[in-house]
Design a protein around this ligand. Structure first.
Ligand code: GAP
Length: 473
């Protein structure tokens, strides 16, 4: 399996992802998307948006990031969106107490001490107060991975929401939060969408947008960051039908990941034993990252927790009137909550491959290739003149100009042709067009396929049609 460092270095070298504010030494837990990264993100979001909202029962919205502070009281985030944190007195390193214990369990399993690992895991599952976590850490003498010591502070809860102030006065009355999930923007617009979009239950509201969490330990590149993007959908259903809709969405969502190129053996469901404050059933879709299995999407049965609380806190009725049965009720919600940025990282890991390609001398050389699903590939086609003379650059530039009206295209005339193929393979470009001597005589070019490395010769006027067909656009 590819190492995470390989992905990070390729992502930086080729302009997918950079450290935020890199020239100032970087900002922990924040990343910037470069020219190729932004295309990848846009393609991913477009595929999700089409799959989720180009259907009769789901509407899209785009709510503001800053919301009324009462929203976060009603949602439970002010009181409960906390992580248990612990400091080591010697190294001064700060950890999420539950992660510290989980990682210790993992180490025990690697050493085949499964009985002890099971015993600690059982206690971790039932832990729900700072002292529970503290007692486990002390009882099992869990050491600090940095200093190796067991000198710990108490465990304290730490709220993950970023706070700021709205308006000119910085006091308690002007506190607002950067949203830690996009879902609440949907709940507070439930009535607006219901009244304007003429939907009937069951129906959903979808949204893509930034979310912010002041994570204690950011880690593993894009996996746990402080600023990230989510693609979330809340599906409003009649109470009592939530389980069947939950099963429906589990199936829909995993199939969507398969449809964008994820391999079956690299995805799995993980049922939650410990539930978030709003859920009565939850399952994660996990991807096998280089560092192990990790969640890329959560599917949660949120009951009427959010709408009921917003109704109570706002004083506005958030009920649904069923015109067929004449019933009035607060809908239950099944949520699908995916991370754009985390999934982009999974896509990079999933696409990474190494194989061999023929050189111009007829020998074989190692090549790195990102086998992106065509629809995700940042650049769809690259155009090269074989050499920079004899009218080839002029013709290649014209072809590039024409194809980029239809697809994101790149022009490259530097270095040997083999090098240029390698450069495109490494960023996952599905097709490369080469203008050669024959092109000027019979108006044809070669088109090379990234995966098979086969080339075909095609008449120039047929290029766009050929690519549209191959790229399924
Ligand atoms: N509205 C429910 C919700 O936010 P979540 O499981 O906390 O649920 C959903 O988050 C998804 O958002 C995760 O599966 C992950 O893809 C993404 N996500 C959450 N926290 C993240 C973080 N700190 N960095 C990157 N992505 C994150």
């Amino acid at each position: 399996m590819v190492k995470l460092d390989t992905i990070i270095s390729l992502a930086k070298r080729r302009g997918f992802i950079f450290q935020s504010s890199e020239i100032y030494g970087g900002l922990n837990g924040c990343w910037d998307f470069g020219p190729l990264g932004v295309e990848l993100l846009r393609n991913l979001k477009e595929l999700w948006w089409k799959a989720m909202t180009y259907r009769e029962d789901i509407e899209g919205i785009d709510a503001s990031i800053l919301m009324h502070p009462r929203v976060w009281e009603a949602s439970g985030h002010v009181a409960q969106f906390t992580d248990p944190m612990i400091d080591n007195k010697v190294s001064k390193a700060r950890y999420r107490a539950d992660n510290l214990i989980e990682e210790y369990i993992e180490r025990l399993r690697n050493k085949k001490k499964n009985d002890l690992a099971d015993e600690i895991e059982k206690k971790l599952i039932s832990a729900n107060s700072p002292s529970d976590y503290y007692n486990i850490i002390v009882e099992y003498k869990i050491p600090d991975p940095v200093s190796g010591t067991t000198e710990w502070t108490e465990v304290r809860y730490f709220n993950l929401m970023f706070k700021t102030f709205i308006g000119a006065v910085e006091d308690a009355s002007s506190v607002v939060y950067l949203r830690p999930e996009t879902a609440q923007g949907i709940y507070v617009n439930f009535k607006n969408v219901l009244d304007t979009a003429r939907q009937k239950i069951p129906f959903g509201i979808a949204q893509i947008g930034k979310a912010f969490r002041n994570e204690i330990n950011t880690k593993n590149f894009l996996f746990r960051t402080r600023e990230f993007e989510q693609m979330e959908m809340q599906y409003f259903v009649k109470p009592g039908t939530e389980n069947e809709w939950f099963d429906y969405w589990m199936n829909e969502r995993i199939n969507w990941y398969y449809s964008i190129g994820f391999k079956k053996e690299q995805l799995r469901f993980k049922v939650h034993e410990k539930l978030a404050h709003y859920a009565n059933r939850a399952v994660d879709i996990e991807f096998l990252f280089p560092f192990g299995w990790g969640e890329i999407e959560g599917i949660h049965s949120r009951t009427d927790f959010d709408l009921r609380n917003h109704q109570e806190y706002s004083g506005k009725k958030l009920e649904y009137f069923d015109p067929v049965t004449n019933e009035r009720y607060i809908p239950y919600v099944v949520e699908t909550s995916g991370g754009v940025t985390r999934t982009a990282m999974a896509i990079l890991c999933n696409a990474y491959d190494e194989d061999e390609a023929p050189t111009e001398k007829g020998t074989m050389e190692k090549r790195t290739v990102l086998r992106f699903h065509h629809k995700l590939a940042p650049i769809k086609v690259a155009v090269f003149p074989l050499v920079n003379k004899d009218g080839m650059p002029e013709l290649a530039k014209k072809i590039h100009y024409d194809v980029q009206k239809h697809f994101k295209a790149m022009y490259d005339d530097s270095g040997a042709i083999g090098r240029r193929y390698r450069r495109q393979d490494e960023i996952g470009t599905p097709f490369c067009i080469t203008v050669d001597g024959q092109s000027l005589q019979d108006n044809t070019v070669t088109i090379r396929d990234r995966d098979s490395m086969q080339q075909i010769r095609i008449e120039i006027p047929k290029i766009v049609e050929y690519l549209k067909d191959k790229l399924n656009i």
